[in-house]
Design a protein around this ligand. Sequence first.
Ligand SMILES: Nc1ncnc2c1ncn2[C@@H]1O[C@H](COP(=O)(O)OP(=O)(O)OP(=O)(O)O)[C@@H](O)[C@H]1O
Ligand SMILES: [Mg+2]
Length: 296
Amino acid sequence: MASLEIKNLHAKVENREILRGVNLTLNQGEVHALMGPNGSGKSTLAYVLAGHPNYEVTEGEVLLDGENILDLEPDERAHRGIFLAFQYPTSIPGVNVANFLRQSYNKVQQSRFMQANPGGEYKAPPVAEFRKRLTGKMSDLRMDRSFMGRYLNEGFSGGEKKRMEILQMAMLEPKFAIMDETDSGLDIDALRTVAEGVNSQLTGNLGALVITHYQRLLNYIKPQYVHIMMNGRIVANGGPELAEELDVKGYDWLRQTYAPDEVMVGDELAEVTEKRGVGVAPGITIKRTLAGQQAE
Ligand SMILES: Nc1ncnc2c1ncn2[C@@H]1O[C@H](COP(=O)(O)OP(=O)(O)OP(=O)(O)O)[C@@H](O)[C@H]1O
Ligand SMILES: [Mg+2]
């Protein structure tokens, strides 16, 4: 079974540390929800996993089936089965949807074929076969066929862009998908359709990291695990009940109860914890869970 292990991941953008020691393991077949206040670093984590060049990893590793992928280019990560559905998909005028999907589909298929058959000769599927697959997935997601002839995301409504992301995911069949606020901008019916599209993939070998602010999505895509990120770290882990609790109480409760020193690391944290009479050595962070407190 494939796994994606994020270990002590630190990352900077514009010389500012955003991720400050993220630990998270996903296995294929699991759904994990990642929640957290605006600006806590959720999208940054998504970008770092996908290999966005603006984000500099300063510490830690990301292992896909035991192999560190941080030195790989974004396309190589995609070939290995990492997929990111963007919070804000960009439009690419001049790039036709059907051609774009066909090229990316063939690239990913080719790479998988070559991994399974070193030295073999990959033959792309005939266009008709590809189109059949594409139109099937489009009808699952209730997308009009006219989208095939349009430029990627150009003039798409917010909800149409989100559906386009899930269509790409359905076509590429990743091992691990990170969905960054896929629910934002979707109307109620579209939310259900998109969730069904995701759920149908979950019956296979997909592992999903679903980034969302709202419990509503999690009623449709049911996570086994819920993680809360604050200031670049995961400060609480739990099951679906954690998301429900957040929905009722907001983040302040969590901030005060479980992560009062979320912005402190190392010596700074030690100083504060010392004042409070909690014995924690420099360089050690406190991780609080719903079950209680523990020092790591
Ligand atoms: N390119 C950048 N330049 C400067 N700061 C950045 C850049 N990218 C991210 N940041 C900062 O990093 C922090 C984390 O941003 P990120 O987008 O990861 O948050 P988020 O948890 O996804 O928030 P939201 O829930 O609003 O989507 C923010 O303070 C943001 O301003
Ligand atoms: Mg975000």
